[in-house]
Design a protein around this ligand. Structure first.
Ligand code: NDP
Length: 244
């Protein structure tokens, strides 16, 4: 039975990964800041899959000390991590650079780039002990292209693209697989976070097309994880059919 640690498991893509992988008999370590949401997810998964083993870990990926000590102090039975899904992330503010908010920039850089690095550094020693180690980095179409007013978010996801390639080089000697999964538009709380709770603006993003949902991405991750040991899928771009 493989153990997967998922960051950003309290909603959207992370929560869908948790449910999909629970159905496939993975043990789950679910991480995010909102403990109530993680508890609710755990209960709902256990209702469907009563034998699923789930450990909740409340952490803010921006806090290196907190993240590394949470991982170091995992109970022994939960230290056999095979898979890390670096999923926690956000976009905030869609203004041209000259009008951008420094607080928004810091939150995106600290979460999407530094947070991903902090979690990876903390979990890597445990992954090195696994027989089937794998890191999945959730990037974005924004890591492949730049769109109007996407500036800093696009920069953070381009950084994830670079770090995905760098991890593959650095971790190759340890047999750790590394995969970037880069979604286009996925309907989650992401849009509401981007527009700071303005639900009308958040919904308007999806007008005129059917976006992906979290399970579309989770099913692809499940496929990536199911490949034999000698097969590594390096980089995937997954778009809604109607998104330009
Ligand atoms: P959601 O807003 O639904 O989920 C984001 C998750 O990240 C939440 O569980 C949130 O949990 C967690 N998170 C945010 N900040 C922190 C933090 N500092 N520490 C720990 N956890 C944090 O959005 P998605 O599911 O859509 O986003 C998941 C990933 O997918 C992100 O990396 C995003 O950039 C990427 N992506 C999303 C796309 C989309 O259109 N939705 C498109 C392309 C990529 P909590 O608030 O409880 O901490």
């Amino acid at each position: 039975m493989r153990t997967v640690l998922i960051t950003g498991a309290s909603s959207g893509i992370g929560a869908a990964c948790a449910e999909t992988l629970a159905a496939e008999n993975y043990r789950l370590i679910l991480c995010a800041r909102r403990e109530d949401r993680l508890d609710a997810l755990k209960l709902s998964i256990l209702r469907k899959y009563p034998t699923c083993e789930i450990h909740i870990m409340v952490l803010d990926v921006r806090d290196y000390e907190g993240t590394s000590s949470a991982i170091e102090s995992l109970p022994e039975a939960w230290k056999n991590i095979d898979i890390l899904i670096n999923n926690a992330g956000l976009s905030q503010g869609l203004e041209p650079i000259q009008d951008g908010d420094i607080g928004d920039w810091d939150r995106m850089i600290d979460t999407n780039v530094k947070g991903l690095l902090y979690v990876t550094k903390s979990v890597s020693p445990l992954l090195k002990k696994s027989k089937t180690p794998h890191i999945i980095n959730i990037g974005s179409i924004a890591g492949k292209e730049v769109y109007p007013n996407g500036n800093v978010y696009c920069a953070t996801k381009h950084a994830v693209d670079a770090l995905n390639k760098a991890m593959r080089i650095d971790l190759l000697p340890f047999g750790i697989k590394v995969t970037a999964v880069n979604p286009g538009m996925v309907e989650t709380e992401f849009s509401e976070v981007r527009f700071k709770g303005d639900t009308e603006k958040a919904k308007s993003v999806y007008m005129g097309l059917t976006p992906l949902n979290g399970f579309d991405i989770a099913e692809i991750i499940s496929f990536v994880l199911s490949r034999p040991t000698h097969v590594n899928i390096n980089d995937l771009l997954v778009m809604p059919t109607a998104q330009a």
